[in-house]
Write a protein that binds this ligand. Structure first.
Ligand code: HEM
Length: 450
C-alpha cells in the first residue's frame, strides 16, 4: 500500500546545507530526495553526503539522481550484504568512466561475473598467497631501509610521496621486474597520479588519463615482450603469470586486458601508501599507540591497522547495476538500475561502530570478522564475490609499516597543514604528512615473519 507523500522538516544538527525535507512514500519504502539532482551536493559534501541524508531520513537507502540519472544510495551491513552477495549486480557503467579508466578499467576481473570472474580471481588470489605476501613484505623492508638512508640526510620528506616510491619499487621487484629497466621513478609518478585523480573531474583528470595511456603503453610492451620471449622473466613471477594467463576456453587474454590486470596488481600496492600515511597520522594524533608499538607490544597491531582502514576516507562509494530484477526489503530493482553503496558511511555506521568518529583500535578486540561491516576494500568473500584480492597483503604491509614507523626510525612532525578534507576523493592530509629530523636504526623488525 502506498501512503500519500508527506513532508517533514528535520533539524540540521551537523550544520549541513540544503535537503531538510524528504518525500516518504511508505513506511519501509526507500525515500526519494527532493530536488531533481544531487550531483552538486555530492561534490560539495563528499564522503558524508549519503550518510547525512540516511541519518536524517532514518533510512538505509534513498533514491536521487546523479548527472540526471536515477540512482539509489545505500549503506549499512544489510545493504552491504545485498550489494556483494548473490551475484545480483555487475559493474558496467556504474562509476564514472573518468574514474574507471584510471583504476580497474575495461576487461578487468571487476567487470566479470560468475565462472569467468572466479577463474580470473583465482589467479589473483594465488598470486597473493601467504608465501608471496611474505616475499612482498621482505622486499618492502629492504626498500624501506634503503630509502631511510636517503631520508636521514634530507631536511624533511613528504611521507606520502616517499612511500609511493618505496611501494612502487616493492611492487615492481615482487612482480619480477628488473628495477632499472622498469624505471621505478616514472612508475611511481604514474601510479600515484592514477589514484590521486580518480575522483577528480576536469583538466587534472584529463591529464591523468594521458598518464594512464602512457602506463598502458609500457604495460603493453611488457606483456608482448614476455609473451614473445624478448623480456626474460621467471615463469612463476606475477608478470609471467598475468601475461600468460588463459581464460576458461584456454585462450590468452587480449594484450590490453592483460595490461589492465598487470596495472591492477602494481597500482594498488602503491595505493597502500595512503593507508600508511593515515596510520602515521593516527600514531601522531594518539601517541600512546606509538609508545605501545615502540615497546614491542603488538597485541593490538592488527586492530590498529583495521581501525585505520575503517576510519580513513579512501574509496567513498562503490557502484553497481542490477543484472536482473531483484528485491531489497520489499523494494524492487529492475535490470540496469544503478546502486551506490556508501563504503565510508558503512565504516562509520554507529550501529556497527559505536562512536564511529573516535579512533579506537580496541573495538576490534571482540570483532567477529563479519565480511559485510568493515568494507574499505569491498565486502563478501574473496573468491566468489568482488572483495579486494589485495586486502590481506594490504593489512600485512600496513603492519610492517607501523613497525617501521615506530621501531625502525625516529622522526618529528613539524607544524604543517594536516587537515583532511572529506570533499576530495581520495582524501589525505593536505601536506601529505611531512616528517623531519629522521634518524635510523632505533629498533629491529622483531616478530616479523621472513
Ligand atoms: C590501498 C589499498 C586498497 C584498497 C582501498 C582497495 C580497494 C578495493 C575495492 C573497493 C575493490 C572493489 C570491490 C568491488 O568491486 O566490489 C577492490 C578490488 C580489487 N582489488 Fe583492491 N584495494 C587495495 C589494495 C589492493 C592490492 C594491494 C591489490 C593487489 C595487489 C588489489 C587488487 C584488487 C583486485 C584484483 C580487485 C578486483 C576483485 C574482483 O573483481 O573480484 N587491491 N579493491
Amino acid at each position: 500500500m502506498q501512503l500519500p507523500p508527506q513532508r517533514f522538516v528535520q533539524p540540521l544538527s551537523d550544520g549541513a546545507v540544503d535537503v531538510s525535507t524528504v518525500l516518504m512514500t511508505a513506511a519501509d519504502a526507500i525515500p526519494t530526495l527532493p530536488g531533481f539532482d544531487s550531483t552538486l551536493a555530492l561534490l560539495a559534501e563528499g564522503y558524508t553526503f549519503a550518510s547525512r541524508r540516511c541519518r536524517r531520513l532514518g533510512a538505509d537507502a534513498f533514491h536521487t539522481r546523479l548527472g540526471g540519472r536515477p540512482v539509489t544510495f545505500m549503506l549499512g551491513t544489510d545493504a552491504s550484504h545485498f550489494f556483494w552477495s548473490g551475484g545480483r549486480f555487475d559493474r558496467h557503467w556504474a562509476i564514472p568512466p573518468t574514474a574507471t579508466h584510471l583504476l580497474q578499467d575495461a576487461g578487468s576481473s571487476q567487470t566479470l561475473e560468475g565462472a569467468e570472474h572466479r577463474h580470473r580471481k583465482r589467479m589473483f588470489l594465488e598470486l597473493l598467497e601467504p608465501p608471496e605476501r611474505g616475499r612482498m613484505q621482505s622486499i618492502f623492508r629492504t626498500e624501506w631501509d634503503t630509502a631511510v638512508d636517503r631520508w636521514c640526510s634530507a631536511e624533511s620528506i613528504v611521507l606520502l610521496d616517499e612511500l609511493q616510491r618505496v611501494l612502487t619499487r616493492t611492487a615492481l621487484r615482487w612482480a619480477g621486474f628488473e628495477l632499472v629497466a622498469a624505471d621505478p621513478a616514472l612508475r611511481a609518478f604514474q601510479f600515484g597520479t592514477l589514484v590521486e585523480n580518480a575522483g577528480r573531474f576536469g583538466p587534472r583528470n584529463w591529464a591523468a588519463q594521458l598518464v594512464r595511456r602512457s602506463a598502458e603503453r609500457w604495460g603493453n610492451e611488457v606483456i608482448r615482450g614476455v609473451r614473445n620471449g624478448e623480456i626474460a622473466v621467471d615463469e612463476t613471477s606475477a608478470i609471467a603469470r598475468v601475461a600468460t594467463h588463459t581464460d576458461l576456453e584456454g585462450r590468452m587474454l587480449p594484450i590490453d586486458v592483460a595490461t589492465v590486470e598487470l596495472l591492477n596488481i602494481l597500482r594498488p600496492v602503491v595505493a597502500i601508501a595512503r593507508f600508511i600515511v593515515f596510520a602515521a597520522l593516527c600514531l601522531h594524533a594518539v601517541p600512546r599507540w606509538r609508545a605501545t608499538f615502540a615497546d614491542g607490544d603488538e597485541s593490538d597491531l592488527t586492530n590498529f591497522v583495521n581501525e585505520v582502514r575503517r576510519h580513513a576516507p579512501f574509496f567513498p562509494l562503490m557502484g553497481v547495476r542490477a543484472r536482473r530484477a531483484v528485491d531489497w526489503r520489499g523494494n524492487a530493482f529492475s535490470r540496469g538500475d544503478w546502486v551506490l553503496l556508501d563504503l565510508y558511511g558503512t565504516n562509520h555506521d554507529p550501529r556497527l561502530w559505536p562512536e564511529p568518529n573516535r579512533f579506537r583500535p580496541e573495538r576490534f578486540r571482540d570483532w567477529q570478522g563479519d565480511p559485510y561491516s568493515l568494507i574499505p576494500q569491498g565486502g563478501g568473500h574473496y573468491l566468489e564475490d568482488h572483495r579486494c584480492a589485495g586486502e590481506p597483503v594490504t593489512i600485512e604491509l600496513m603492519r610492517t609499516a607501523v613497525r617501521a614507523l615506530t621501531r625502525r626510525i625516529g622522526y618529528e612532525v613539524p607544524p604543517q597543514d594536516l587537515r583532511v578534507s572529506l570533499r576530495h576523493f581520495p582524501a589525505g592530509p593536505a601536506s601529505g604528512l611531512r616528517i623531519s629530523h629522521i634518524s635510523a636504526g632505533r629498533g629491529d623488525w622483531s616478530q616479523e615473519p621472513d
